[in-house]
Write a protein that binds this ligand. Sequence first.
Ligand SMILES: [Zn+2]
Length: 682
Amino acid sequence: MSKKILFSLVLLLTGFISFSQLYRKPVYPQNYFRWVTNLNPDIVANMGELRPNHWHMGLDVRTNQVVNQNVYAAADGYIAFVGIESLSWGRWIIINHPNGLSTLYGHLNDFRDDLEKYVTELQYQNESWETHLTIPPGKFLVKKGDFISFSGTTGGSGGPHVHWEIIDTKSGRRLNPTLFGTPIVDNVPPAIIKMAMYDRSNSVYDQSPSIFSLSKAGGVYSVAGGTINTNLKKLSFSIQAYDIRNGTSNQDGIYSARLFVDNKEISSFYIDSIDYADSRYMNCQVDYRMISFGSSWMQHTSKLPGDLSGVYYDLGENSIISLSDTLTRNVRIEVADANGNVSTINFSVKNNGGTAPAAKIYEWWPGRPNRLIKSAFEASLPLNALYDKMNTGYTSMPSASLNSVSARHKLGETYIPVHSNYEVKIKPDKYISPENRNRIVIKRIGKNTIIRKASWTGEWLTAQFRDFGTFEAFIDNVPPSVNSLGAGEIVNLNKATRITFTPTDNYGIASFRAELDGEWLRFTNDKGRTWIYNFDNRVTPGQHTLTVIITDIAGNVTRRSWQFVRGVNPPPAAAASSPAINESKKPAVKKTVAPAKVAPAKTGSKSPAAKKATTSKTPSKAAGKETGKKSGTAKAISDKKETVSGKKATAAKSTSATKKTVDKKPAEKSSSTKKTTTTKKK
Ligand SMILES: [Zn+2]
């Protein structure tokens, strides 16, 4: 092959590669899906809305602020997965359609009768309220428009609505539902609030960007004076923008932003297809540091080095604006919604010949494993944990906190996001008795506290974390507390409609299990705090024993039992108002009970078994993981705390763990959880 041909081939290939990096809008079937309610079609959130630690991955379908509205299958198919979780989508259904797509319906209340019965049976079989079921294809066929469930506000929802997603069945990727054609009218372009400029010779986490307010003239946004003069040589921009629709004050997420320099597109992002596994890259698209300081949610138009989300289309290094001379460049940023309405920012940028800020030296880099090794602290970050360069900023100070067994180790900054779990190792600086060795937690102190049970590696304590902050190890040998079932030796539940337990713990509850006469009894745990049993035919008329077994993160177990009657008159002895003997041991009938101070070291000192593989995220993988273990258990009669061997602590529920929380933000209600004033929801 001649040199010339080879050269042309290389040129062709390079050309092809940069061409392939340009974006092509996907063509999806139009109006294949019907609206999932019979209510007036409206949404309270779209795909791409910015939420804590993720993009919103579908539409939040309005249900007029009430629950129990009929939800219908969007197209023909079969119910393929069902899930029940404390947070996330709460109670949800996935339907597979014959065209290779699936649809998800979340935050539901009761499913249609036959499905509800089927799920209940499997919950009892698996002894787990939390559910991830794969359903055989022929079992629940649906026609477009068939009733499948009542709507609700279960899971991580703050107000009644249906969370609805379109999924590519094979890959599991979430596709932007607006691109499929919906009855939602939108011919209003997005609003752009402001713009920020970054020095890309340095880490974006190591600077306060220059902020530019924008004004609109002749339908086009620009900066004051039309030109930005800067000493930066390598720079990029972020924008704060949201989409607007006809007849609503709702602020939706934008679909795309495209960055042009002298009319050449150098970078762009599009929210049209995202894998749930990549949804955390939202932290990389936004200026995370700015959010951490309580300011605006701004989206980078040029991706950060560690971004592997796939939402960006760029020219690699050339997606950063380079000002190697003092020529004036035209910059245009086009912001669009998924209906094709576009808003444009147009301005010039020029290097003013001033000295650019020096490029700093950083300890840790994205795209490679990073490690810190100190005498009593170690951190090991895997390959793709970071989005941009950083310094560890490690410091350590002794701690005199109660039950602390280590110094306080500070790593990184809470305004620097971490993409994946990484290992933290702490060497204790205090004596730990043998009986306490298996009762240690590591606490991450930061914006929010995260507690993990520590395991031992030699003389080091280890746990996985997904945030930076300050880390400290504690002994926890205090078992959880729980409210009493009621007063009396035999509690009279004839007038009760349900049983409610709200356990509390100094570091966090890991699991809850209830048994009726030794058999698992289903308590629901929507939103993760309170366990509820609504009386059904599982409690037959007569006298019963109810036992609860509660395990905390460290593995301490509280087990309590009560006798109760329902549907019959209580025996005379119990009906008498003051059963003498046990009185002193009985806590008052209250929702929250004072924690038992006692907690002798022996209490619940056996293994917790609080880890169970039920929390898998992808429905296809998660199904059928619950082990259907039965175990006859001795009935404890008296109302007191007991030591327990931990053999039954199966239904793991990691409350403090950061599970996938899909719909943190309240829908349809003006409230608070996240954004700044400019992007707040109604
Ligand atoms: Zn939602």
